[in-house]
Design a protein around this ligand. Structure first.
Ligand SMILES: C[S@@+](CC[C@H](N)C(=O)[O-])C[C@H]1O[C@@H](n2cnc3c(N)ncnc32)[C@H](O)[C@@H]1O
Length: 232
């Protein structure tokens, strides 16, 4: 199936509300589990000095999970959509009992293509650089990898999960049908647009190669997701 781009930012209020109402917990839990397992294997433990950054954080689902998993560390969520950031702040307040340390979570409204490391942290070091369902939004995919290079130091471990574009339209329509059984029309249409805009493993590997970041690996999860991980 040929790739079809979709807009970068999710700005519309009804779109943000539909997304925030979705339950993506299974995939989110698996992603956090993958990150934890990787760090454990590498003998990396995060302390109060460490900073975690969630790019394209949306309503803060992953940002909050990262904070729950590593409550000592600061977690910053960045999104270019003011509506999404408002929603993330609201969720932080709503979930404050579940979150061990809300004061450690901060949100910034900014374009990930333009933001500089010093605007995020005076320490100029990010321990974990994470994103979920962001890659397919970026209009020029090379900009995403430029951003990773700009924000990473040698110690930064990167984890970026996204949808995998189905092999053909029939599979994409089947997935859309499944989504429609659970969610409203706005979220279903957004999900279908995202499926069409996402990449396949070989495409991402080629893009990584052309950006000279061979240290990054790409893993396929259940034919539906891709995870890029490693140091930059
Ligand atoms: C599909 S949502 C994913 C939200 C969140 N990561 C999650 O897993 O629930 C993608 C988010 O990326 C944001 N985004 C897209 N392009 C961006 C950019 N260039 N800079 C900052 N945020 C961006 C959108 O506004 C949207 O909130």
């Amino acid at each position: 199936m040929k790739r079809e781009a979709e807009p970068e930012l999710m700005n519309a209020r009804n779109q943000v509300m539909a997304y925030a109402a979705g339950d993506f917990s299974l995939g989110e839990e698996r992603f956090i589990g993958f990150i934890s397992q990787f760090l454990r294997k590498k003998g990396i433990s995060l302390s109060s000095d460490d900073l975690i950054v969630d790019l394209g954080c949306g309503p803060g689902n992953i940002t909050e999970r990262l904070s729950r998993q590593w409550p000592l560390s600061k977690v910053i969520g960045i999104d270019g959509s003011q509506e999404m950031i408002l929603r993330a702040e609201k969720n932080k307040e709503l979930n404050k009992l579940k979150l061990k340390s809300t004061e450690k979570i901060r949100y910034i409204c900014a374009d990930i293509k333009k933001i500089k490391l010093m605007e995020i942290t005076a320490k100029k070091q990010i321990a974990l650089l994470v994103s979920n369902s962001l890659i397919h939004h970026i209009a020029n995919i090379d900009d995403f990898f430029l951003c990773l290079k700009k924000l990473s130091t040698k110690a930064t471990v990167n984890f970026h999960k996204d949808l995998r574009r189905p092999d053909n339209k029939e599979i994409a329509l089947e997935l859309k049908k499944k989504c429609a059984q659970k969610y409203n029309k706005i979220l279903t249409n957004d999900y279908y647009a995202s499926l069409k805009a996402s990449y396949q493993k070989d495409e991402l590997k080629q893009i990584i190669k052309r950006n000279h970041i061979d240290s990054l690996d790409v893993l396929e999860e259940n034919n539906e997701y891709l995870i890029i991980y490693g140091n930059v």
